[in-house]
Design a binder for this molecule. Structure first.
Ligand code: 13P
Ligand code: SF4
Length: 330
């Protein structure tokens, strides 16, 4: 079947089924165009959790669909592909507990830690952190959540993205140390788990220098999952939604080099001819979802087979919700 025919069938199924479709900015264009709502991680979780339709199809990566199920358990959440974000896969409860042990060995007790997990983590990790009195953050609110966490008088244990932890710590004038990579952990305000996003690691200081030399006056815009040395010399650092807002507010002839996933960069290029990217930074897991998968998922609702439905153990969901709600309450 052609893409046009699949799109027509998707629209028809949407009309007859009581379902909403949401898509992250990194989704492929043809999937993205089918969504009722698009946004960054925080916006998608908020919108989908308050949506009144009983079925939700989430086009994104696994932790995003899980976040909606955690917040709105009565909803049937399906994902065309339950693709796991490679960074989220870098930590599980076992690794989290091993990190606590490393810190204990360095003389830092769990009671002296305020754990904060980036939303890019599994429901189990969020639950573990919720039980410990910790919180979730996203790239758009990490600074506010770390500020709140520091009010406890404890050190922040930030998982799993070391770059986001390091970038926010630097912005706030705090000392960050990566557990397992650095010594003198006791001197740190923010202890970062050694996880990272392989897509955002593709951007280097040399790329920034290259663009600045070749296009004088160019703006460099990056996501806070990029390395600290890259963010340090960027003109703007922000979540996907924040980068889009920044670029849309620039004059149309302003050249911009963007350090983030390629589907989003390509979409920006349709409006802003001067948007550039140094490589072809594709997120493999975000790109797993196809139009055909979305169509199949809708058919599974019609046929009552509910393909790729997100199901969570109640105990996990309950504690993960505690950690997520601490973020929303702020
Ligand atoms: P945003 O919260 O900025 O949408 O980021 C999600 C993500 O996975 C970035 O790589
Ligand atoms: Fe995960 Fe990186 Fe892909 Fe974002 S871009 S979903 S952090 S692997």
């Amino acid at each position: 079947m052609s893409n046009t025919a699949i799109k027509e069938q998707i629209q028809e199924l949407k009309r007859t089924l009581n379902v909403s479709i949401v898509a992250h900015y990194y989704q492929k264009d043809d999937v993205f165009e089918m969504a009722d709502f698009t946004g960054d991680s925080l916006q998608l979780a908020q919108w989908a959790a308050q949506d009144t339709k009983p079925y939700l199809i989430f086009c994104g990566v696994g932790f995003m669909g899980q976040s909606v199920k955690i917040l709105a358990p009565e909803k049937r959440v399906l994902m065309p592909k339950i693709a796991c974000c490679a960074m989220a896969r870098m930590i599980d409860v076992g690794y989290f507990d091993a990190t606590l042990q490393t810190l204990r060995d360095a003389g830092i007790a769990p009671e002296d830690l305020m754990p904060i997990t980036y939303i890019n983590s599994s429901a189990e990790v969020k639950a573990r952190i919720g039980k410990m009195g910790g919180m979730v953050c996203t790239s758009s609110n990490a600074k506010a959540i770390i500020t709140k966490g520091l009010e406890s008088g404890k050190k922040i244990l930030f998982v799993p993205d070391k770059c986001l932890g390091q970038n926010i710590a630097k912005e706030m004038g705090l000392v960050a140390k990566v557990v397992g990579l650095e010594t003198d952990l006791k001197s740190a305000d923010v202890l970062c788990y050694n996880g990272f996003c392989s897509v955002h690691q593709l951007f280097d200081v040399e790329d920034v220098h290259f663009f600045r030399a070749k296009y004088p006056g160019i703006k460099i815009v990056t996501h806070p999952e990029c390395k600290p040395e890259v963010c340090d010399i960027s003109d703007f650092v922000g979540s996907t939604a924040q980068m889009i807002a920044y670029i849309n507010a620039l004059p149309k002839d302003q050249s911009v080099a963007v350090g983030t996933e390629y589907n989003l960069v390509q979409r920006l290029r349709k409006e802003h001819t001067y948007v550039l990217s140094s490589t072809k930074p594709e997120c493999p897991t975000m790109n797993e979802t196809s139009l055909a998968d979305l169509h199949e998922t809708l058919l599974s609702i019609k046929n009552n087979t509910f393909a790729n439905e997100i199901i969570l153990p109640e105990e996990t969901r309950k504690w993960a919700k505690v950690a997520l709600e601490r973020m929303f309450n702020l």
